[in-house]
Structure formats: structure tokens, C-alpha cells
Design a protein around this ligand. Sequence first.
Ligand code: SF4
Length: 228
Amino acid sequence: MKIIGVIGTKDTGKTTLVTKIVRKLVDEGYRVATLKHTHTGFDFADKDTGKHKEAGVELVVGSGEETFFLLGRKMVLDELVGTIQLLGDFDFLVIEGFKGMPYANISTSTENEFTIRKVDPFSLKEEELDELIEVIKNRSYCLLQGLNCKKCGFESCRDFAMAKVQGAADDINCKSQPKRALLRINGHPVPMNPFVQEFISKTVLGMIDALGMENHKIEKVELIIKNK
Ligand code: SF4
């Protein structure tokens, strides 16, 4: 899952741009998730879920044709991305806000070192959007693993990220994305090299096999360990 941010000051068209990017990617057949960052919290006061929250619960879940989670605590970006990865096989995650994140972004106003384009969402022409989508595909990248393993040809994950946003590594991707197993401690993803992933996967699957689960077609295993 590649991550692309949309940053900019208030009322500069961030949501307009997110909507245009998402529509285009979805039209091309990609599976897309979005994440919206806000400093002010969300207003659900007039909704049933808001009333549940007001009563003091820590988590409200809305269940129907769609599912909605309202969690009464802040989550850091890595934790959010890790959770989104668990929810589905998305090709792109488009993030509105989070201007300090180490991922490629499109800016509607002030740029930073991870900005790959500055655009005016309100005057963006169709051909400019097409070109923007190609840039996003080439310069965005997955959750940084922090392994600094050099398998991508760069000395560190940060060097890899800078090369991507500067357009010097369009065809290169991180070679150490988790393929077999994802470990999260206190909600935060923990980088594991392929050997450790293989070791954990085979150990857990071996234990499950010993439980006599042969009638179940096992595609994914989720194991949560509480340490108290
Ligand atoms: S392959 Fe991935 S984890 Fe290894 S240095 Fe490159 S970006 Fe970092």
C-alpha cells in the first residue's frame, strides 16, 4: 500500500484535491483508503454514536451496511497505517493533513521537503490531474520499515524516501515490506526481516496445525498476546 499525503493550510482545497485523486485512482481500478487528520476532533453531537460517546465509553462501533469505529484516543500515524493495512488490501492510502509525515505529499499551499507537487485544486485541468496521478504512482511509497537494510540500494530508509520524492527512484520500491507476517507491539508495527517473518509464520502455523484445524482453509491468522 502506497501512501500519498495532501497538505495545505485551511480552505485551500485539500478535500477537493483528495476527492479528485481518489476518483481517478478508483476509476483506474485501484483499491483506495483515505485518512483525514484534524486538530479539532470530530463533531458527532447530534448522532446516536455521539450520544454513546458522551455517556463515557472509550469505543463506539456503528454497524450496518457500513462499519464505523469512533475511538476516544489519539493514534500515531504508524499505528493508523498498520490498522488500515489489517483492514484490507489497499493499493493507495490518501492522507489529508499530517503535514509532518515522512511520505510524499501534494501541497495546496506551503511546501515541505516531501512535497512532490504544488497544485491549485480549484483550477486543476483534467490533463494536469492525469499527470499528477502518474507522479503519485511513481513517487509515493509504502510504510517505511526503518530497517535501513540497504536492499533498495540506498544507505537508509530516509535516503530511499528522499530519492522517491525527488523523482530519482521512480522504479525502485522498498524490498523489505512484510510479506509473511506483521508484528505490532502496543499497536505499533515492528520491522521484521524476511527470516524472522518466516520463522514466526511457520511456528504459529505449526501450532495451529497441532490444534487440528485441518477443516479450515487458513488464509490469515491474527494473534493478540496480552502481557499482563
Ligand atoms: S529496502 Fe526498505 S527497509 Fe531496506 S533500506 Fe530500503 S526502504 Fe529501508
